[in-house]
Design a protein around this ligand. Sequence first.
Ligand SMILES: CC(C)(COP(=O)(O)OP(=O)(O)OC[C@H]1O[C@@H](n2cnc3c(N)ncnc32)[C@H](O)[C@@H]1OP(=O)(O)O)[C@@H](O)C(=O)NCCC(=O)NCCSC(=O)C1=CCCCC1=O
Length: 369
Amino acid sequence: MIKDIVTKTAPSQLVDHSACPAPSSPGILYEKHPTAAEGLFNVWVTIDNPRQFNSYSIDMLKALQQAFRTAGEARDVVAVVLTGAGSKAFCTGGDAMEFATYYAGNPQEFRRFMRLFDDTISAILACDKPVICRVNGLRSGGGQELGLACDLSVAQDLAVFGQAGPKHGGAMVGGATDFLPVMIGAEEAMAAGILCDPISAHKARRLGMISAVVPALKVDSRFIPNPSVVTDRVVDEFGEFILGEPKAGGEIKAAKEIVAKGEIDLSRLDAKVEELCSKFLHMSPEALTKTLEELRKPKLDAWNRSKEGNRAWAAINMTTEAHAGFKAFAVGNKEVGREVNFVALRQAQAIGAPWTPDLIEALMPGRIS
Ligand SMILES: CC(C)(COP(=O)(O)OP(=O)(O)OC[C@H]1O[C@@H](n2cnc3c(N)ncnc32)[C@H](O)[C@@H]1OP(=O)(O)O)[C@@H](O)C(=O)NCCC(=O)NCCSC(=O)C1=CCCCC1=O
């Protein structure tokens, strides 16, 4: 009956409103998953570079941007799911090797990179459909920023959230400094941004960085919570929050053994994502979009206020601290570490020494200071 009515009233030819080509790049999958309703789909956008923890190349950023524009514009799409391939990492940001070899010392080129990255964040925030981040694993660096731009995040409970930030000579100005204060409050955002400690999925849920966490580890065919963090108590005997804090000592050794003998099963994560998508299916589409637009405002306002200045700063920083930071990641390894000798840098600056190629070389991990 409804079908008869709408086939009579729908335009015989639809106008194509797409402003960019459909996404196509190795490393980005764009898939339409059928919903329970005929002719309607959810789009899954998958960052597919698991060998490098789903870091993204320039072409992948372009395709990501196109994916959100295409899915946002598509009449038959209900919701968009952004995820990473596999179960190790959601995304760890830009290709750190490319940063070290191409962008380090080349600020005008990095400004170009940042335009692409920033426009990808803006494309998520402008998507006319709800965007769910399916956090299948580690979400850090620019990956954390892509995730924070999404409307909702649901994580498997072994996932870790992090920000390389000042530990790698950068500042988290690709969105995290804008989004985190409005999402989790100024104090927690400050702690996350300047301490650079990894945050467990349970802690992220407690802070309000994500809206659901589900188990993923199966031992003897049964789901168990992440054994590496506290999940059975919210506070310790002194009233301090411990839910989601890492275990230590013998407990962590035992936890690692449990993880090693278990298997990862993301079916609960998928079920959670499906549950959210099917809620959207049963809502008024335009009212849902309007609600998204309104509730995105705090993030969007903060983002639009600072993104251009941050882009310029990030470019210039590629001549100094990020230059050294990414080079250190590239030349370092597990033995000597992958970080700059920050103390030597501070000592150099304490006597007013300028940045030179020799100084950068001397700051690399493993060099005798
Ligand atoms: C913490 C790590 C992500 C993971 O550490 P660990 O578990 O010890 O594994 P690794 O042996 O280090 O990594 C496994 C292999 O994956 C490669 N890898 C991981 N992440 C990246 C990446 N982002 N780019 C390139 N390659 C990556 C790693 O080299 C290993 O490969 P191999 O061939 O050696 O086996 C750790 O890897 C880490 O800290 N990675 C660096 C992540 C990083 O610095 N990301 C931030 C980039 S900056 C950024 O994203 C942006 C900031 C501003 C806005 C724009 C933007 O993009």
